[in-house]
Every structure is written in structure tokens, then in C-alpha cells.
Design a protein around this ligand. Structure first.
Ligand code: HEM
Length: 157
């Protein structure tokens, strides 16, 4: 009997890994009950266009090459009148994204891309829904942050 060794995962080093990540991630998104219909039914995504756009997006984020020139805020804002783009959708998106990264890669860039995705999810979610960014929600502040931020407030005239 052969004993199977766990696969040693390596980091994202360039375009090839980004393509693998994006392809695997959107395969999971399309099969997902919470998110799949938003792409295939609501936006009627043209995958032949969307996937290369997302390779370029992540290559630009990680390596400053890739030449992404889209408008992510507008692309998501246009969905708001058509479907719910609430927190649960973004939480699920992030769960699938982090899970895909962790299944395929390990290392500094793998950690970095998950952090970038989380930051952008917060920005997109708050901007398109017109709600405060959860990172700056007073309910999430530590006591130290609360005390520090309260000093920035102008005294009432
Ligand atoms: C609730 C979560 C999300 C949903 C349902 C969603 C859905 C979509 C859809 C339907 C499109 C348009 C695809 C088409 O052309 O048909 C799109 C575009 C895009 N999404 Fe998302 N998205 C989500 C979160 C995110 C996050 C967190 C990021 C960034 C980390 C992101 C990055 C992008 C980018 C870069 C584009 C292309 C924008 C452009 O065309 O310029 N998405 N998304």
C-alpha cells in the first residue's frame, strides 16, 4: 500500500497561477446556490470575456502588470436594482474566494490576495449599497479606537 503524502502547496508566482485561481473560483461561483444565478441569470455574464478580464484584474493587483482598465464599482452598482447585493452575498463570495486560494496555494501572495479581496469586498459592498464600510462601523471599533476617533470630532458650536 502506498501512503499518499499531502501535496506541498506553493505560492502564486505569476499569470499561470492567477488563471488557475480565477478559473477554479468561478467554477465554484457558478455552481453556488447563493451566487451562481447573479452571473448566469441576472448579469448573463459572457464568460469568454469575464475570465480574461479577471486574470488582468488580479495580475494588476498582485504584480502591477496585466493592464486591467475596468470599473469594478460601476459593474457591481448596476446589479443593485436587479438583485440583492447584501452582506450575505459578499460573505459567501469571500468564503469561496478564500477557500479556493487555500485549496490551491500557500504563501505570502496567497495571504495578500485574500486580504486584498476582503478589503475590496468591503468597499464595493458599502459603496454600492450606500452603507458604512463594515471596517469603520462603530460597533466594530475597539475601546482604544473609539477613544482616539472621538478626539477628531468637532466640539458643538
Ligand atoms: C456579492 C459578490 C459579488 C458578485 C455577485 C459579483 C458579480 C459580478 C458580476 C455579475 C460582474 C459582471 C460580469 C459581467 O461582465 O457580466 C462582476 C464584475 C467584476 N467583479 Fe464582481 N462580484 C462580486 C464581488 C466582487 C469582489 C469582492 C471583487 C473584487 C475583489 C469583484 C471584482 C470584479 C471585477 C474586477 C469585475 C469586472 C469589472 C469591470 O467589468 O470593469 N467582484 N462581478
Amino acid at each position: 500500500m502506498f501512503k499518499t503524502e499531502p501535496l506541498l502547496k506553493s505560492d502564486i508566482v505569476g499569470r499561470a497561477e492567477i488563471e488557475t485561481l480565477v478559473n477554479t473560483f468561478y467554477e465554484r461561483v457558478r455552481a453556488d446556490d447563493t451566487l451562481g444565478f447573479i452571473f448566469d441569470k441576472v448579469a448573463q455574464t459572457n464568460w469568454t470575456m469575464h475570465l480574461p478580464k479577471m486574470y488582468a484584474f488580479w495580475e494588476t493587483v498582485l504584480f502591477r502588470t496585466g493592464g486591467f482598465t475596468g470599473n469594478p464599482l460601476a459593474a457591481h452598482a448596476r446589479l443593485v436594482p436587479l438583485t440583492d447585493m447584501g452582506r450575505d452575498k459578499f460573505d459567501r463570495w469571500l468564503q469561496l474566494f478564500r477557500g479556493t486560494v487555500d485549496d490551491l496555494f500557500a504563501g505570502e501572495r496567497a495571504e495578500h490576495i485574500k486580504n486584498c479581496a476582503a478589503d475590496m469586498a468591503n468597499v464595493i459592498y458599502s459603496r454600492i449599497n450606500g452603507v458604512p464600510d463594515p471596517r469603520f462601523d462603530p460597533a466594530n471599533l475597539t475601546l482604544e479606537q473609539r477613544a482616539r476617533y472621538s478626539r477628531y470630532q468637532q466640539p458643538a458650536a
